[in-house]
Design a protein around this ligand. Sequence first.
Ligand code: NAP
Length: 455
Amino acid sequence: MRAILNSQALLETIYLIAAMLFILSLKWLSSPASARRGVRAGEIGMLLAVLGTLLHHGIVDYTWIAIGLVLGTVIGVPLGFVQMTAVPQRTALSHAFGALCVTLVGTAEFYLRAPAVPKFMMAVLSLEIILGSLTLTGSLMAAGKLQEVLPQRPIIYKGQNLVNLSLLGIAIIVAVLLVIDPSRMSLFPLIVVIPLIFGVMMIVPIGGADMPTVISLLNSYAGLSAAAMGFVLDSKLLIVAGALDGASGFILSVNMSKAMNRSFSNVLFGAFGQEQATVAGKVEAKPVRSATAEEAAAILAAANKVVIVPGYGMAVAQAQHKVRELYDALTKRGVDVKFGIHPVAGRMPGHMNVLLAEADIPYDKLLDMDEINGDFPQTDVALIIGANDVTNPAARSDTSSPIYGMPILDVDKARTVMVIKRSMAAGFARTLMLFGDAKGFVGNIVRELSGGGHS
Ligand code: NAP
């Protein structure tokens, strides 16, 4: 008895330390200077949580646990090695696994306890299962769209929101019926299956560029369902970790929506990406001038002040190291080079900062949108590398544009604007188009600047 009490105290202490590490991890992750420490704290916290759980005196046999650990390692380790550009879909897959676990545990707990499930427990179980199921299929759909296994384009049809909300409504009504009378066990599969369908339907109308915001929202749902599971399993650590996950995912989605000047409902129901073709079409009609790497290099070499604006295309092309070479070549010639970073450039928060930090670009050269926007009128060249939406002036004036109202980098105020991209989908007046892959084109400019282009 005493030994059990002692081991219980040890367990509680381990869980308390783990919970503290999770909180510190989130705090440290909010600044680039302490982010690495934040990751370590989170890892140690999770290790302690798993080890603590393995010490649980209720465990009588470790066979299935060992199988689970091996399976988790086999899936988890390769997931840790994906490219930076694939991190959003990798994150979506992690949510899907978490949600699958929550749904399976919830289902097992229901059948272990039914029909004598207390009302509070049934309510929490229903919340856990509904959120878990919709997060499972929603996250798989989101990962599929981002990985381009599924079409990125939003698919919309008449009455879509009504269909989706009705599905969710039916699941909630069934959950209420189960809370009132848990012995109606035949209803239970409905609160698993309907949210599974809802998860798919919810993602169908959402376009690829909005997916990171949705993933962050799904992260929040996964956290909430894990917290609900904490109540079911009487685990304080799960409640704390789930609540942290739920709250931080929610705050992140709010911040992303704010940076895009969009409401949540616009992200979820706005079918962003659908109208983009028309916007691009309009712009396409304007005359576009293109230039070679040699011409671009000459313009850059003659400049005093250059602002580089990276976007999703730089990430796709993995051009950050070539961009570093360009930065070196220009600064060596006495050109003042800065980077203008839009809060939603790329496909996840901090995407550009992480890539440029990986290429060792000095951190003080990366300026946020608000800091750099005042500099553009005195800038000789704004060099846009694989960015589109975050510099598109349609956001200022074109009310029909899906990005209308989003604050943008004022690149058009610079004396010369050059855009590196692969195809002629969008451009604006006075812009010099540099057609090509970001990595290849920047590499060519660097070669020209170093005098190697005339051989
Ligand atoms: P973007 O609007 O998606 O534009 C990317 C540009 O890169 C395109 O012009 C594309 O043109 C070009 N590109 C793609 N691959 C390339 C390659 N290999 N080499 C050269 N160019 C290439 O990107 P963005 O300006 O960074 O804007 C980010 C978008 O994501 C915004 O709409 C934002 O709201 C959304 N979003 C971001 C976040 C976040 O947290 N960062 C979250 C949610 C949503 P080509 O195909 O012609 O080459």
